[in-house]
Structure formats: structure tokens, C-alpha cells
Write a protein that binds this ligand. Structure first.
Ligand code: IMP
Length: 424
């Protein structure tokens, strides 16, 4: 397979990092195409926990070239810290295996300050990660953004930041009444970071074109999940980027125009961090139990994740939105031994039954219709095959495949790289 994508199919935190890490050794290039260091991809390698925020998970293998595409928003200090963190624990990170697009947008201090001020002072509390993601995408769309290539020139930085700050200054000084660095200070800091990051800066468009022409394989690594997509997600409780298939084309570049396989990562239940509707949320002892068993804390902010049952109408929607062709079902072990097991098969909404969500459906008004499953007690281990599963687990997996009409190719049953079964 030449081009494959990994996409979160729920509200993020589905375990994408682990699957990318598992697959990356087969790919020549791994590219992040959207989001920023709001993402937290946790991977366990030989029992050691590694959390990646910005750098593609392929960095943990020793074969792939890892790309931060132009659709990503990059906080230079956070990136530099992540490079050091990886190097300090023995991972090779060099300009040969990490490339940052010259056209990626920079998250400035102003972005972060405004994001955090909005979260604490309104007008709308979204429960963002506070990393400046939304304001950086606003910069880009308003055409006042700072780009990675700008970090190489102090004068350019000063000029662009002066324009960038003009409206923002009113927000920070007059509306939110928060402190912010001067243009000179911000420019100098960014310029210092630019010196460190310059060896990694690359024309990733030509790099990918060349890779395609040479028949190299490319893996697109999505962050967050389709239900957080700026256009297809539960607006306004979304992140600010294009998470699904569209984002790969606009923020990553797909030479040749076609991705052979789009694998949706589906956690065997559902979680959400931050504000926003969540139809199958269990605000009860079951939700607590799943939260504890699954150790459901945000990898970036440490916040407790909200937990609930698997939600088929939203997943069907994710399959359609991102043209998913297969599934990796993760954290199946967390459901093992639960006293009950349910899946939402449809929604009741405004007097009608819906099997699929749609943009504009107000998920805070839907009533989930559940199917009960017999809980399973399987203790999964390496080399287990589908036929070894208990009838209860087979029924659960088959139900998901039948409803979504795509195969479950991988099943993950623990955090380690090795705790992944290939079913097909
Ligand atoms: P932002 O991306 O920081 O602007 O946050 C917007 C929403 O997306 C908030 O609800 C966040 O909790 C959520 N979010 C952002 N990144 C992630 C992630 O990697 N996993 C899960 N939720 C995320």
C-alpha cells in the first residue's frame, strides 16, 4: 500500500498514536497535516511511556521520515522541547528524519494569551487546551499569520508581528486586560527559536512530490477526531482544523490525489474532553468505572475525560465524512469484565429516529437508543485470533463491522506496541 491515513473517528484520544507507531515502520514518510500541540499521542515502547504532541509518531521507528505539514500550527518552543525530550530518551531526531513545512503557521505568545483569556473570561467556554490553537488558525485565515519560514529573519518577524498585533492588542489590553510581550521581545524570542529549528525547515511539498514519483509510501497521521472537525464536528465545541480526509489534502498534500486506505481509529467506547454535547455520556458509576479502568485523563492537559458507550450514529457519520475504509478498534480490554455493555444504535431526535448524525444535528437534544450486549471476559494476548474470542466479544466486534460496513482490521487490547492484534 502506497498511501494510508489514520483518522480519529470520535472526539479524539482513540489511541491513534499507538496504531501509527505500530504501522509506521512500514511507511517511508509519516505526516501530520493538522492541529498542533493540543494533540497528545501516547505510545508505550517496551513498557516505556512516550507522549508526542506535535511530532509524528513515526519518529519512534527508525525508518520513516516524519513531516509536520503546512496545515499544522506550530508553537516553536513546544516543538523544540519535544525534540529535546525525545533525544534525551534516546530517540533519533535529526533534520534527516524530521521535516517542518516552511508554510506551517506559528503559534505566537499572543495566540496562547488570547486562547486562555477567552477560556477564563468568555464569551464562550469551549474547554480548549489553552495552547493557542484557535487564534493561530484565525491568524492564518485572516492572512496575518506568521509562518515557519518567517522565523529565519528578524526584520520580517518584526514587520509581520506589528501588523499581527494591531487588532489583537485591543483585545489583550482593553478587553481581556492581560499582559503581553512587545513586538520586539516576541520577535527576538521567535527568531532565537528559528535559529534552532532552521535545519528542520523544508519545502515539504517538493519532498512529497518526489517521494510519490519514486513510489514511496506515505502515512497521514490525523490528530483529534472527526467529531472535533471545524466543519463536520459538533460546532462550536470543536477544534479549529480539518481533521478528516479534507485536511490531508489541504494541510498535508496528497501527491497523486488518492489515499488507498483511510483507517478510522475507534475506541471500543466513547470519551470526550472539554465542553460540548455527548449523547452516550454516562454521568454515573458506570462512567466513573470506565474512566478509571481506561485511565481516561487527557494526555495534554491532564483533565478527566468524560466517558460513555459506543455511539454508532456518530461513527457512521465519521465513516461517511472521512471515507473510512477500515477500523482499528482500541482499548477493548477496558470493557472486559464490565457488569453491563451497551451500544447506541440510533438517535431519537425531534420526533424521528436517525441512524446517522449530520452537520447541524443538535447532539445535546438527541436521545440514544441502546442495544444491550452480553459483557465479555476475554483476556487477550499475543497471537489470539478472532476465532479464539469468546462468542460475546465476537458478537461485539461483528456488530460494529456490520453497522459500519467496513472491517475491523486491528484490535488493541493494551497500551504496549505489542498489544495489538491484526484481525485481517
Ligand atoms: P483546542 O483544540 O485547544 O482549541 O480545543 C478545542 C476542543 O478540542 C476542546 O474541547 C479540546 O478539549 C478538544 N481537543 C483538542 N485537542 C484534543 C485532543 O488531542 N484530544 C481530545 N480532545 C482534544
Amino acid at each position: 500500500m502506497k498511501k494510508m491515513a489514520i483518522v480519529g473517528s470520535q472526539w479524539g484520544d482513540e489511541g491513534k498514536g499507538k496504531i501509527v507507531d505500530f504501522l509506521a515502520p512500514q511507511f517511508d514518510y509519516v505526516i501530520r497535516y493538522q492541529g498542533g500541540h493540543n494533540a497528545g499521542h501516547t505510545v508505550y515502547v517496551n513498557g516505556k511511556k512516550v507522549v508526542l504532541h506535535l511530532i509524528p509518531s513515526g519518529i519512534l521507528g527508525d525508518k520513516s521520515v516524519n513531516i509536520i505539514g503546512h496545515g499544522v500550527v506550530v508553537e516553536p518552543h513546544a516543538l523544540w522541547e519535544e525534540i529535546n525530550y525525545l533525544q534525551n530518551q534516546g530517540t533519533k531526531v535529526t533534520p534527516d528524519n524530521l521535516k517542518i513545512s516552511l508554510a506551517a503557521t506559528v503559534i505566537t505568545s499572543y495566540c496562547k494569551i488570547i486562547d486562555q483569556a477567552r477560556e477564563s473570561k468568555g464569551p464562550l467556554k469551549l474547554g480548549t487546551t489553552g495552547k493557542g490553537i484557535g487564534p493561530a488558525y484565525e491568524d492564518r485565515v485572516s492572512r496575518l499569520g506568521i509562518r515557519i519560514e518567517d522565523l529565519r529573519n528578524l526584520e520580517t518577524l518584526k514587520n509581520k508581528l506589528t501588523k499581527n498585533l494591531r487588532e489583537k492588542e485591543m483585545l489583550m489590553r482593553d478587553l481581556y486586560k492581560v499582559d503581553y510581550p512587545s513586538v520586539d521581545k516576541e520577535a527576538e524570542e521567535l527568531f532565537e527559536m528559528g535559529k534552532k529549528l532552521e535545519p528542520f525547515m523544508t519545502d515539504t511539498f517538493s519532498l512529497l512530490t518526489e517521494a510519490h514519483e519514486k513510489g514511496k509510501s506515505i502515512l497521514y497521521e490525523g490528530a483529534q477526531g472527526v467529531l472535533l472537525d471545524i466543519d463536520y464536528g459538533t460546532y462550536p465545541y470543536v477544534t479549529s482544523s480539518h481533521i478528516g480526509l479534507g485536511g490531508m489534502h489541504t494541510g498535508g498534500y496528497v501527491p497523486g490525489g488518492k489515499i488507498d486506505e483511510v483507517m478510522g481509529i475507534v475506541k471500543a467506547y466513547t470519551t470526550r474532553v472539554g465542553e460540548g454535547p455527548f449523547p452516550t455520556e454516562q454521568i454515573n458509576a458506570m462512567g466513573e468505572l470506565i474512566q478509571q479502568k481506561g485511565n481516561e485523563f487527557g494526555a495534554t492537559t491532564g483533565r478527566k475525560r468524560r466517558c460513555g458507550w459506543l455511539d454508532i450514529p456518530s461513527l457512521r457519520y465519521a465513516v461517511q465524512v472521512s471515507h473510512l475504509t477500515s477500523i482499528a478498534l482500541t482499548k477493548v480490554d477496558i470493557l472486559q469484565g464490565l457488569p453491563e455493555l451497551k451500544v447506541c444504535r440510533a438517535y431519537k431526535y425531534q420526533g424521528k429516529t436517525y441512524e446517522t448524525s449530520f452537520p447541524g444535528m443538535n447532539l445535546s437534544e438527541v436521545e440514544p437508543i441502546y442495544v444491550d450486549f452480553k459483557p465479555f471476559n476475554d483476556l487477550l494476548k499475543a497471537n489470539t485470533t478472532f476465532n479464539d474470542f469468546s462468542p460475546e466479544l465476537q458478537t461485539y466486534v461483528n456488530y460494529i463491522q456490520d453497522q459500519l460496513k467496513i472491517p475491523v482490521k486491528f484490535l488493541a487490547y493494551g497500551p504496549d506496541r505489542a498489544q495489538t492484534l491484526q484481525l485481517q
